[in-house]
Design a protein around this ligand. Structure first.
Ligand code: ADP
Length: 235
C-alpha cells in the first residue's frame, strides 16, 4: 500500500468574470503517491501549468479541494500557504531565476536560509556536472548550465514535492537527459515526489504515473508498474 501524498478532489479553476470566464481546470480529480515520478502531458493551454501553480501554493482553486499529506491546503490562509511553499515545495521553471550577484555555489546554498534539512550542495552540483563552475557567476555560464544550477537548487532544497515546468525545454538532448536522470535519481533516493509537466510524450516511458490533461480535464491516468530508466527512453 503506497502512501498518498497529493489528492485533487473535483478541482476547478476559473479565470475572469461573467462573459469572460474561462475554465483553466474543470472538476479534475487525481492522486499521487509519495516518491512517485509523475509526468503530466497535454497540449498547450490544457491546464498543466495551472495544476503546478495551484499545487505549489502560488494560486488558489475556485472550487474543490487539494489534500497534501492529510491537510486541506485550500483552507490555508496566506501565511500558512507561504509556510507550505517554503517547507514542502521545490520548483524548476523554464527560466532560471538565478541571483546574478551570487556564485553558483551561493545560489544553491541559499536554500539553507529557507529550510534546515537540505542536501549537500557540492554533491548535487557534481551529479549535474556543474561542480567545476561552482565559483562562477550565472552570467559566466551558458543557458543550459544556468538551468542545471536552478535544478541543483531545487533538488538541494530536499523538498517533499518537486514541481518542474518543462525543465528541459531550453536544453540540448544530452544535457536534457542528464538533468532528467538526476531528477529521477533524487526522486528515488530522497523520495521527492516529482511532477514534470512537458510536451515530450516520450518522457512518459520513464514515469511511474502519466496524467494526461486535455481541455482543463483529466483525460486519463496511466500507472506503470515497471517504467524504464531515463537512459532507456526511446526519444
Ligand atoms: P498549459 O500549461 O497546459 O499550457 P495553462 O495552465 O497555462 O495551460 O492554461 C490553461 C488555460 O487557462 C488557458 O486557456 C489559459 O489561457 C488560461 N489561463 C492561464 N492563466 C491565466 C490567467 N492568469 N488569466 C486568464 N487565463 C489564464
Amino acid at each position: 500500500m503506497m502512501d498518498k501524498i497529493i489528492e485533487f478532489k473535483d478541482v476547478s479553476k476559473v479565470y475572469g468574470e461573467n462573459e469572460n470566464q474561462t475554465y483553466a481546470l474543470k472538476n479534475i480529480s487525481f492522486s499521487i503517491n509519495k516518491g512517485e515520478f509523475v509526468v503530466v502531458l497535454g497540449p498547450s493551454g490544457a491546464g498543466k501549468s495551472t495544476i503546478l501553480n495551484i499545487l505549489g501554493g502560488m494560486d488558489r482553486v475556485s472550487q474543490g479541494s487539494i489534500i497534501i499529506d492529510d491537510n486541506n491546503i485550500t483552507n490555508y490562509n496566506d501565511h500558512e500557504l507561504a509556510k507550505y511553499r517554503a517547507i514542502n515545495i521545490g520548483f524548476v521553471f523554464q527560466f532560471y531565476n538565478l541571483i546574478p550577484t551570487l556564485t553558483v555555489y551561493e545560489n544553491v546554498a541559499l536554500m539553507k536560509e529557507i529550510k534546515k534539512d537540505i542536501l549537500d550542495v557540492k554533491e548535487v552540483l557534481k551529479g549535474l556536472g556543474i561542480d567545476k563552475h561552482m565559483h562562477k557567476f550565472p552570467s559566466q555560464l551558458s543557458g543550459g548550465e544556468q538551468q542545471r544550477v536552478s535544478i541543483a537548487r531545487a533538488i538541494t532544497k530536499n523538498p517533499t514535492i518537486l514541481l518542474c515546468d518543462e525543465p528541459t525545454g531550453a536544453l540540448d538532448s544530452s544535457t536534457g537527459e542528464m538533468v532528467l536522470t538526476e531528477l529521477k535519481k533524487a526522486c528515488k533516493e530522497h523520495h521527492h515526489t516529482t511532477i514534470i509537466v512537458t510536451h515530450n510524450m516520450a518522457l512518459g516511458q520513464a514515469a511511474d504515473k502519466i496524467i494526461y490533461i486535455k481541455n482543463g480535464g483529466v483525460e486519463k491516468v496511466v500507472v506503470q508498474e515497471s517504467p524504464c530508466e531515463i537512459s532507456e527512453v526511446k526519444w
